[in-house]
Design a protein around this ligand. Sequence first.
Ligand SMILES: [Zn+2]
Length: 1091
Amino acid sequence: MYPQLNLEPKAKKVRPIYQGRLNNFIANGQYKAMNLPALQDVQRVSDDSTVKISVFSVPGLKRPLFKDVMADKATKFRPAVIGESFGPSWSTYWFKIDLKIPKSWKDAPRVELHFDPSDEGLIFFEDGTAAQGITGGGERIRWIVPQSFIDAKWHTIYIETSCNGMFGNAPGADNIQPPDPERYFTLKSADLVWPDLEARALYYDFTIIAEAARDLPQDSWQSYKALDIGNRIMNTFDVEDRSTIAKCRKIAAEFLGTDVDSEAVYSTKGDIDVEAMGHCHIDTAWLWPYAETRRKIARSWSNQLELFERYPELHFACSQAQQFQWLLEDYPDLFKRVKDAVLNGNFDYVGGSWVEHDTNLPGGESLVRQFLYGQRFFEGHFGSRSKTFWLPDTFGYSPQIPQLCRLAGMTGFMTQKLSWNNINNFPNSTFNWVALDGSQVICHMCPADKYDSVININDVKNSVTHHKNLDADHVGLLAFGLGDGGGGPTDDMLEKLRRCRGLADNVGGLPRVRVGKGPEDFFADLIERTKGGKDLVTWMGELYFEFHRGVYTTHAKMKLNNRQCEQLFHDLEFFATLASLYVKDYDYPKEKLNHIWKLVLLNQFHDMLPGSAIEMAYDEAYDMYKEAKLTGSDLLRKALIALGLMNDTDLGNLVAVNTLPWPRNFIGTVPTEVSAEKDGKPDVVCLSSEENVALLQPVPAEVSANMVPVTVEEIGPNKFKLANGVLEAVIDGGAITSLFDIPNNREVVAPGQKANQFVMFDDQPLYWQAWDTEVFSLDSRKELPPGKGQIILQSPLRCSVLIEQKISERSWINTAITLNAYIKPKDSSTAFDGTHLEFTSEVYWDENCKFLKVEFPVDVHAESASYEMQYGIVKRPTHYNTSWDVAKFEVCCHKFADLSEHNYGVSILNDCKYGFSTHGNVMRLSLLRAPKAPDAHADIGTHEFSYSIYPHAGPLGANTIKLAHEFNSPVVFARVESTKSIDAVLDTFVVEGTDGLCLSNIKRGEDDSDVPADYGLKSSKGKSVVLRVYDALGGRQSGKVLSKLEIAQAFKSNLLEDDEEELKVVKIGDKWGFDISVRAFEIATYKLKLA
Ligand SMILES: [Zn+2]
């Protein structure tokens, strides 16, 4: 019936007002006492008759484990009270909490302890098993008391707290400021609570309804309905009458459906739009040291183990084998529970790498080892490898990652960091990412642009609406759980997710979200839906990150140590492999090798090697490098002794061993430890090798007809000339005003310009100091004033001019500019001519937000420059045509950058630097930065580094590759009685072939029966050798692998050393070998099983 009269006028709801009202229902604001927060507890107690608190303060800044604290006689608990403060920063307290649940609570369906220490904590049962993590400040302070405690008797638990917040100890709200060593944390609560679970459920209902009103499309009827439902709930609620809660929930069900109180909500059929996956990003060190991360893991993961029981739908994806390893060492009981959860299918180990590493800075073999050791850990402990590389938070992506992933058994790649680009919007979410060699992985970048969603309507919605490839696939992955500092999913998030799904099924208007799939299933489904990826667009090459460009340079000593360790391990594995094959009682030191590799891999974590962590974390890192180098050098010495290449006396001939796989000349200074020169003068020697891998034989300069000696002269006031018949360099005040290439009749320095010109830039990025250098920094370019020069070395083999320059009142730089004699190649089989001008700088650096670079304006014109990355070359523009080109104003390179025309070019080599730019004709190597956050002392102090300019005929070619390796690979000096037998051993394994074919590393097989097995993985009989070979220039290469030892079987293998394709071995003269063919930029691994 429709009444004829209407005497009750009705107003249209004024949206912002009715919307604003909703906030008051759940907020802890001025109306708290009249609204839902007032009814959250049925009862709450905290007095001596129910909760007794005592505390033990751990002396110093130690972090003892439960068992050590309890066993220590010095452990004494004293009474503590609410309101008391604990500190200073990084110290540890153990609370002993005695609980007695009131008798009257015997029928309570649940009792909780609400413990808020303001900092982080971990709850232990009396027997030492870890129960659950705590994050103070209200974030995660509830712990469900076991049912067995509800007996009105006293029970004891322990809570370890650490005096740091989730994000370390920055003073004030700016997290990236250096930590305050004097922070104190107040114990805010230790309450026993009988919660009203219906009131809590209404809180979740209402939160999602209020968000739906606000964040669903404002022209959707669902948003109006949410507004109406929310207001009706508020009208129905009566704080004096607890029974109204049930009525309110009934109204909520009109919007959310009736299944939101259990995982049953996910049982409805139909297509899914959003796969929500629990995740907990724990930075392995960042605003806290590694030592704290070990505890963060236990806190975060124990929380998930508890949640699995209440929320069977939860899937928790966790990466970084190192973190599992630490859990195993410190909390074996938790590790066992994790293992059970893996078997149950809730806990998804993922990533396949040792840590979530940076992908720009580690060398090629380092990336291989990240996957090798990561996958071996997972396979050993959990029975299978990960198929998904999981790297949500890293600062740019090397173009070889897709190839490395495929070679490590991974087909999927999850990340999202490009959403932080500060210039261009990356155009894809789901796509085939293609490596330099053509290998692809399916890449998914979470469309919600985060890896740590706390779950809200917007994140669920954006997982579809921000998906950039909806034409091909519409499913978005939503990684949820408190992150960076750890934490992971909470019950709040899981409750909200259930309501998001209920909403979608009941009224629609929101993508359908599911919780209940792991990363492997997500990618497997994606591959199937997109017909094996065929429906997806491709992105070829580097995923350049348009942000955090300072991390190629910050913390120069991390970069130096990393490069040095990679080089040391290369040589160590080379000699140890040979010793293990030829020397009877020599054992391949696999355990120690793996240990030191893992120290280096750990420090490749995405906030460590890039330089964006706090000083305390770097103190730990530098200790690890020290250990890695000491152990590595000791193992190297033992391998050399075993091979007869070293003795403890200084008898025998001084020789230098070349571990690079090509003939090599070496002119340089003998280290004082092995030098026969006792008068302190530099002992310059010249050595030349004609074998691929052989002892370098001394070539006395004065008798060598193939050599043009080098000369140096002062040709004017503070003006010098170095010349060797190939290059002629004029140095004026420290800068190179002319570098003439005689055989090519070409001036290298651009007319009127100066090479080796040091330049300083203001370096105050918008916010992220250690991370960023900004494009406007380039506008502040200032040249260092000229320095004073003097000749410091003058021999026919090697001449140096030293330039002393002031950087500022506090900083200086001394640079030795060196040219060697020229050794003419006899023919194409001998060492090539690599005449280049070297620069070795010593710096004292004490600056504030400045950036030091060195420039080489060269007379070369090209549209793009080439930069060495892992196992390949990346080209980047030398112009600013588009915003994508502008974004690459600072890029990453490894051992060289090259600017070449068709018939001539210039390479700049370096021994420990990673930042570079080439614009117009100026090649600019980045040297040192001085950010003040999060490490106030980053890079302050002394530094030493070398770089070099190598002009060459023709485009970028094999000579630059070789020279860059030589520049980074010092020859190994040794003393031997006779070189003959050694000579025969050193070239046991040889790769012969076309120009860009490069043998990068030699090692023993991981699973050989004569080396220790790890993780109980199956070993195979006999001895095998693994050779890593790649094409360095970007063209198909063919050649042969030759071995002096008999090969029983040879396989083309993957990074994980699985036998894949068997290769036909033939006897060639007195060697065994097989043919190889390598695609452009392919990384090929060969496994030789020896007879
Ligand atoms: Zn991170």
